[in-house]
Design a protein around this ligand. Structure first.
Ligand SMILES: Cc1cc2nc3c(=O)[nH]c(=O)nc-3n(C[C@H](O)[C@H](O)[C@H](O)COP(=O)(O)OP(=O)(O)OC[C@H]3O[C@@H](n4cnc5c(N)ncnc54)[C@H](O)[C@@H]3O)c2cc1C
Length: 383
């Protein structure tokens, strides 16, 4: 594998970085304080291709390679965790199932709409009040056929983008008998009668990334809104999450990079005992560890993306990248606060926001414990 980015990827990285530095990063503090999603920047992402990273050009997307997609999400993470999570969820969770498994009709109808930046985004609702890690055993939201319609009843939890989405792809039980072929994915437009989106959840961080409970009361959508095959919802979910995990890893690398840069600048400026704290070996070690760990995680994220691009199995590598990058981000952000001393604990400095934003990453799209289960399964099968 060649770890060097090619010329096209470097140009893309520069373009996205400049965009994020101008439109996203300067608003990150306000987004956190006001809990307002950054629509202004998001609208401008459409023409740049950032809302259709994996959507082929024929459906209005940018169709960039998987490493370039990870780079875009990493740069967003560097600029603003909230905006990064919303855009990552839109691309990875809200559009990928349709790209990978949707019918031609669903692709033509919805993908250009959500990639343009002129409309709302996409969302995916897997988690329920009683089901997160164990979707197969726990999902109770059900869909039954009635003539040419699906009728959906149930409740979802923690749905990123629900209030800023055109539709919510919903994981439902279509076979009450249970088992690995009992779940399906159905695209539910958010203006469908009976679908209710609860108020934004009050969270520790990521305040500008709206998260909601969603309820379905006799929600009716056409049979054609089924994504992929009936009964393949679990398989499709796992495939979607493999890609999503690369994105969460990429956000984490971006968040850590931002915290690290703040820490380096602060260490150079802050004086104690007559010299900049950057001259203290204890501070240098924290910075050296951070620089090294960020680089390791970045390479792991890019490697998983590269395998995805090659069409190879990347389930293990995505889990490894997600687990190592998210746990790395927590350490790096924690130490960035440590380097800032008391000021690091103040909301006047960005590192406390970045730390709060980073905390979600070991939980969303599969906890670190679930990543370890996935990795262990591979390791035990291989050795
Ligand atoms: C801000 C935010 C945004 C989110 N966005 C979305 C979204 O857009 N769509 C969506 O569907 N979901 C979303 N989620 C939900 C998220 O994916 C789940 O919270 C996550 O998968 C964990 O599920 P849970 O919360 O039910 O925890 P549980 O599954 O109840 O787990 C609780 C604890 O038990 C551990 N555990 C569970 N099973 C095992 C096991 N077999 N072995 C070892 N440990 C285990 C877990 O690791 C965890 O530590 C979001 C959550 C948050 C907080």
């Amino acid at each position: 594998m060649n770890f060097d980015l090619n010329e096209e990827q470097r140009l893309w990285q520069r373009t996205v970085h400049e965009f994020v530095a101008k439109e996203v990063q300067p608003k990150a503090h306000d987004v956190d304080v006001t809990s307002e999603f950054n629509w202004e920047a998001t609208r401008k992402m459409g023409p740049l291709g950032m809302l259709g990273l994996s959507i082929p050009e024929e459906y209005g997307g940018a169709g960039v390679d998987a490493v370039s997609a990870a780079i875009a999400i990493e740069e967003l993470g560097w600029g603003c965790g909230s905006t990064a999570l919303a855009i990552a969820a839109h691309n990875g969770l809200g559009t990928s199932p349709t790209v990978m498994f949707g019918s031609e009709e669903l692709k033509r109808k919805w993908l250009p709409r959500v990639a343009s930046g002129k409309n709302k985004l996409g969302a995916l609702a897997l988690t329920e009040p009683g089901a997160g890690s164990d979707l197969q055993g726990g999902v109770t939201t059900k869909a039954v056929r009635d003539g040419d319609m699906w009728v959906i009843n149930g409740a979802k939890m923690w749905c990123t983008n629900a209030s800023i989405a055109e539709y919510i792809i919903t994981l439902v039980r279509t076979d009450p008998a249970g088992g690995s072929r009992s779940l399906s994915m159905i695209l539910v437009p958010t203006d469908t009668p009976g679908l209710k989106i609860g108020p934004a959840e009050k969270k520790m961080g990521l305040h500008g990334s709206p998260t909601h409970a969603v309820t379905y009361e006799d929600v009716q959508v056409p049979l054609g809104n089924l994504i992929g095959e009936e009964g393949r919802g679990l398989h499709q979910t796992l495939a979607t999450l493999d890609g999503g995990r690369i994105s969460i890893g990429a956000i984490s690398v971006g968040l850590a990079q931002a915290a690290f840069e703040h820490a380096v600048n602060y260490a150079r400026e802050r004086k104690a005992f007559g010299k900049p704290i950057a001259e203290q070996q204890a501070i240098q070690w924290m910075l050296a560890d951070a620089a090294t760990e960020i680089e390791i995680a970045r390479i792991m994220v890019y490697k998983a993306a590269w395998l995805k691009e090659q069409g190879r199995n990347y389930n293990k590598e995505a889990a490894m990248a997600k687990m190592s990058a998210t746990e790395m981000a927590e350490r790096v952000c924690r130490n960035a606060i440590q380097i800032h001393g008391g000021y690091g604990y103040s909301s006047e400095y960005p590192v406390e926001r970045i730390y709060r934003d980073a905390r979600l990453m070991t939980i969303g799209e599969g906890t670190s414990e679930i990543q370890r289960l996935v990795i262990a399964r591979h390791v035990l099968a291989e050795e």
